[in-house]
Unconditional design. Structure first.
Length: 532
C-alpha cells in the first residue's frame, strides 16, 4: 500500500509511538477500502460502499468517557458531567496501549476539525482499523496534499479496539475507555469499534477550546438559503431528533449535520461529512441520503444485508437500531462548497418528546430559548447509546451534554450574548410523538414538520395567528397552510384530554426539577421564563 504524503518531521516515531509493523499515512479512499477488505474488516457492498460491523459496541459509551484531571483544567471542566481520571492512570493507559500496538499495522489520517481556517484544529487520528481511517476521513476535513507536507498535529487520537483497559490499573470503569488529556494533547480510545467515538472526541476538544475565543460551539446541523449564505439556520438537537434529515432540505444549502461553531463572522461546520441514521431510511422521503448507502467509499455501519445479493435491509434492527452511513458532504448535491454561513437568522431547537405533550412548533422569546437550551429536553432514541432500546425522556443540557466539557452556563451565556447581539429568531420543534405518548401515539409526520420549518425559515410563519400555550407559555401557531390545525394543538390529538393534562403536568414538573440546578447561575429574565 502506498504511504501517502506526510510532514517528514511529524511521523509517529517523532511522537514516541514506535514499534508498529507498518504505518500508512493519509491513504486515500480506494487504498483504505482495499486494506480493510484484505484485513477482513468488512466487505464491499453495492455501489462500492464499505459494509462494517462494530461488534458489541453499536453506540457511544458515555459512562466510559474520562477527562484527565490536571491543574490546568481543574477549574474549567464540568466535573459533574465529565468523569475524572488521574494523570498517572492515564500515563499507564498510554504506555500499555503503546506496548499493545507494537508489531501491528497502523493507519494515520491527518485532518482538520473546523471549516474556518482561523479557528480549525489540526488533528491526527491513529487507528488499528483501516475502515476507521476511512470513516474519520469522511467525518473531518481533508487537507490538500501540499498542506500535509507541513501538517503538525495539535492533538492526537489513538484508537485501539483490540486493547482492553484494566479498571484497577487505568482508573476507568470497564475494559472500554475514552480518555482525554488536555495537557498531553492526547485522546485514547480502547475496546470499542464504534466509529462515532472518533469524531465525538474531536467535538469534545473543540467544545472546550472554542469558548475561550468567544466562539459558541453547537451540537447542531445548519443550512442557508440558496445563493444567500446570510440566510442561515441552525438546528440544535440530540441524535435521533432529525438534525440530519431536516437540515438536508433540497430548497436550501447544507452547511453540515452535526457540530458547528458560531463566531462573529458567522457559522462554520466542524466536519467534512455526515453520519446519518439509516433505520427505516426511505428512498422517496430522503433520496440523497438513501443514495449514499450505495455510493463508493461510504461507510455503512451495522446494517443487516443479504449475504448473496448484498441488498441492505433498512428495517432490520436486530444488530442495533443505531444503523448508520458515513459519507462526505459532497455526496449531497446541495451541500455548501465552503461549509460556512452567516450569522443564523433562525435557531431551531429540536426535541423528540416521548410524552406526546409538546406542539410540533413553538416560537420562543430569547429568555425562553435560553431556558429550553439549558434544559435540553428530548428522548434518547433506541440504539444511540449502549442499553437504550426504546425512547427514554431525558434532559441533556445544551442539546449535547455528553460532549460538553465546560459547565452549561458557559455555553448558555455565549448563546444569550449572540442572540442579543444579532437578533436571531428562536423556535422549538417537536419531532417526537403526537396523539399520545410513546406506545400509544404516533411519530410526528415528517411532512408536517418540513412544512412548519419552511414557513419559519421563509418568514411566512410570522404572518399567522398564534396562541399562548397554557402549560409552557410559548406561542404556538393556530393555523398554518399545509398542516392540519388539530396537529398544532397537541391536547386535541389525544382521545382523552384529561390524560393529556396529566401528562403535561408530569412533564412540567420534570422541567422544573431539572432546571433547579441552573437557577443560581442565570439572570432574572430567564428565571421568569422557567415553568413550574
Amino acid at each position: 500500500m502506498k504511504k501517502f504524503r506526510v510532514n517528514p518531521n511529524k511521523r509517529l516515531e517523532d511522537q514516541g509511538i514506535t514499534g508498529a509493523s507498518a504505518v500508512y499515512y493519509n491513504l486515500l479512499e480506494p487504498a483504505l477500502i482495499e486494506a480493510a477488505v484484505k484485513r477482513d474488516e468488512g466487505q464491499i457492498g453495492l455501489g462500492g460502499a464499505f459494509l462494517a460491523s462494530t461488534g458489541a459496541h453499536t453506540g457511544r459509551s458515555p459512562k466510559d468517557k474520562f477527562v484527565v484531571r490536571t491543574p490546568s483544567v481543574e477549574n474549567t471542566v464540568w466535573w459533574e458531567n465529565n468523569a475524572p481520571m488521574a494523570p498517572d492512570a492515564f500515563d499507564r493507559l498510554y504506555d500499555d496501549m503503546l506496548a499493545h500496538i507494537k508489531g501491528r499495522e497502523l493507519f494515520v489520517q491527518d485532518l482538520y476539525g473546523g471549516a474556518d481556517p482561523t479557528h480549525r484544529l489540526d488533528v491526527r487520528v491513529v487507528t488499528e482499523l483501516a475502515w476507521h481511517g476511512l470513516f474519520i476521513r469522511h467525518m473531518l476535513r481533508r487537507p490538500e496534499a501540499s498542506e500535509l507536507e507541513h501538517f503538525a498535529p495539535e492533538f492526537t487520537i489513538i484508537n485501539c479496539p483490540s486493547f482492553k483497559a484494566d479498571p484497577a490499573r487505568h482508573g476507568c470503569r470497564s475494559e472500554t475507555v475514552i480518555a482525554l488529556n488536555f495537557d498531553r494533547k492526547l485522546i485514547l480510545i480502547a475496546n470499542t469499534a464504534y466509529a462515532g467515538e472518533n469524531k465525538k472526541s474531536v467535538f469534545t476538544l473543540l467544545n472546550y477550546l472554542l469558548p475561550e475565543k468567544g466562539i459558541m460551539p453547537m451540537h447542531c446541523s445548519a443550512n442557508h438559503g440558496i445563493d444567500n449564505p446570510d440566510d442561515a439556520a441552525v438546528f440544535f438537537g440530540l441524535s435521533g431528533t432529525g438534525k440530519t434529515t431536516l437540515s438536508a432540505d433540497p430548497t436550501r444549502i447544507l452547511i453540515g449535520d452535526d457540530e458547528h461553531g458560531w463566531s462573529d463572522k458567522g457559522i462554520f461546520n466542524f466536519e467534512g461529512g455526515c453520519y446519518a441514521k439509516t433505520i427505516n431510511l426511505d428512498a422517496e422521503a430522503e433520496p440523497e441520503i438513501y443514495a449514499t448507502t450505495h455510493r463508493f467509499a461510504s461507510v455503512v455501519e451495522n446494517m443487516v444485508y443479504d449475504p448473496d445479493t448484498l441488498e441492505l435491509d433498512f428495517t432490520d434492527d436486530s444488530l442495533t437500531a443505531n444503523t448508520r452511513v458515513a459519507y462526505p458532504l459532497d455526496a449531497i448535491s446541495n451541500a455548501s462548497d465552503t461549509s460556512l454561513g452567516g450569522v443564523p437568522r433562525n435557531i431551531i431547537m429540536l426535541t423528540c418528546d416521548a410524552f406526546g405533550v409538546l406542539p410540533p412548533i413553538a416560537r420562543l422569546t430569547p429568555a425562553q430559548a435560553m431556558y429550553h437550551f439549558l434544559s435540553g429536553f428530548t428522548s434518547k432514541v433506541a440504539g444511540t447509546e449502549q442499553g437504550v432500546t426504546e425512547p427514554q425522556p431525558t434532559f441533556s443540557t445544551c442539546f449535547g451534554a455528553p460532549f460538553m466539557p465546560r459547565r452549561p452556563e458557559v455555553y448558555g451565556k455565549l448563546l444569550q450574548q449572540k442572540i442579543a447581539r444579532f437578533g436571531s429568531e428562536c423556535w422549538l420543534v417537536n419531532t417526537g410523538w403526537t396523539g399520545g405518548a410513546y406506545g400509544t401515539g404516533s411519530r410526528m409526520p415528517i411532512k408536517a414538520t418540513r412544512a412548519l420549518l419552511s414557513a419559519a425559515l421563509d418568514g411566512s410563519l410570522s404572518t399567522v395567528a398564534f396562541r399562548r400555550d397554557p402549560n409552557f407559555g410559548f406561542d404556538v401557531p393556530v393555523s398554518v397552510p399545509g398542516v392540519a390545525d388539530v396537529l398544532l394543538d397537541p391536547r386535541r390529538t389525544w382521545e382523552d384530554p384529561n390524560a393529556y393534562d396529566a401528562q403535561a403536568a408530569k412533564l412540567i414538573a420534570m422541567f422544573a426539577e431539572n432546571f433547579a440546578q441552573y437557577v443560581p447561575f442565570i439572570d432574572d429574565e430567564i428565571r421568569q421564563a422557567a415553568i413550574g
